[in-house]
Design a protein around this ligand. Structure first.
Ligand SMILES: Cc1cc2nc3c(=O)[nH]c(=O)nc-3n(C[C@H](O)[C@H](O)[C@H](O)COP(=O)(O)O)c2cc1C
Length: 331
């Protein structure tokens, strides 16, 4: 069983990926209830944290029922990273994760995220600074390298482990690939098979079905899998994979009622956490994902994204439940 510091994880844990504007507490609650074993916050700017920026601070919110949970930070300045680790420490997540993989320009240009992939010495210094600022276990999430000619994940893994990093998640793409092209997990397998590496190695990139999860588990020998996009609007993915691992059989797929309940809970928890107005507005981008491919749903989706008070939204959900009571999902 993989261990991160004192956190004992189940055999072959399934991790929910940190995703900006997605992996907030309401979404994490949903994924937890559908089998996610370890979850992360959206990334938080270290500069934002030390400036006391509201948006960054709000991302520090964690709840006991979601443990084990990690807070993810990024930044390109050692002092800011150490200070922000101290701030994160005060809310006592189970671990602090550092993002060295973000390909987004605004992050890379600050010398943070995947920008650090070009400068392993800086990556090591930034990581040391975080470790200095906290007693919590520190983990890292990164990519294979800057581009296909500079894949340096082997060196990165060894150097990070040597300074005390306790687990590494590898997104099997380079920065240059952004989110496109083939994710090549053979590089992750090589890191995992390096006899010098003893920390858990988690694989990430394009896992979107129980079959693929099992194939990659067997083929690449990793300690667990992190799932991002496939969980958006589909939190069932975690338990579907677990069921498939345990029985070799596919679990019955979520019914229309399951989808309605998940979307409604997501909305209710968003309103509870963000306040009614913001919860309603920010939930709008999620409905399409929950109701992909449902016949005749366009009208209801339109109403869900234009209705702006709690009671009326609950009425729309009630109507959807009635109209689709006998709907058979076509998969
Ligand atoms: C909307 C979105 C936001 C993301 N935000 C973050 C983030 O805050 N931190 C991070 O390390 N990766 C972030 N990522 C990358 C994911 O964590 C993950 O590495 C990537 O999506 C590949 O995994 P997948 O194929 O399972 O989605 C984000 C990805 C998406 C799609």
């Amino acid at each position: 069983m993989p261990k991160i510091g004192n956190i004992l994880l189940p055999d072959f844990p399934l991790l929910l990926a940190p995703m900006e504007d997605v992996s907030d507490p309401p979404f994490r609650r949903l994924c937890k209830s559908h089998g996610a074993d370890l979850m992360y916050s959206e990334f938080i700017s270290s500069e934002g944290l030390i400036r006391d920026a509201m948006k960054s601070k709000q991302k520090l919110d964690i709840f006991d029922y979601e443990r084990p949970v990690g807070i993810q930070i990024f930044g390109g300045d050692e002092e800011a990273m150490e200070l922000s680790a101290k701030i994160v420490d005060t809310v006592q997540p189970d671990l602090i994760d550092i993002n060295f993989g973000c390909p987004v320009k605004k992050v890379v240009c600050k010398g943070a995220g995947a920008g650090v992939l070009k400068d392993v010495d800086l990556m090591v210094r930034l990581t040391k600074a975080v470790i200095k600022g906290t007693n919590l276990p520190v983990t890292v999430k990164t990519r294979l390298g800057w581009d296909e000619n500079s894949i340096n994940i082997d060196e990165v893994a060894e150097r990070l482990q040597d300074i005390g990093v306790q687990a590494l998640t590898i997104h099997a793409r380079t920065r240059a690939q952004m989110y496109k092209g083939h994710s090549d997990w053979s590089h992750i397998a090589r890191v995992k098979n390096n006899p010098r590496i003893s920390m858990p190695i988690f694989g990430n990139g394009d896992i979107d079905s129980p079959e693929k999860a099992l194939e990659y588990k067997n083929k690449y020998g990793i300690d667990g899998i992190m799932i991002g996009r496939a969980a958006i609007g589909y939190p069932w993915i975690f338990n579907e994979i677990k069921h498939y691992f345990a029985t070799g059989e596919k679990r019955s797929l979520p019914s229309m009622n399951d989808r309605i309940e998940a979307a409604r809970n997501h909305l209710i928890w968003s309103m509870e956490w963000k306040g009614e107005r913001l919860g309603i507005v920010e939930m709008r981008r999620h409905y399409t994902n929950y109701f992909k491919g449902i016949h005749g749903f366009k009208e209801y989706k339109q109403r869900l994204v234009t209705t702006d008070d709690h009671n009326s939204l609950m009425d729309v959900f009630k109507e959807i439940s009635d109209v689709y009571a006998n709907y058979i999902m076509e998969y």
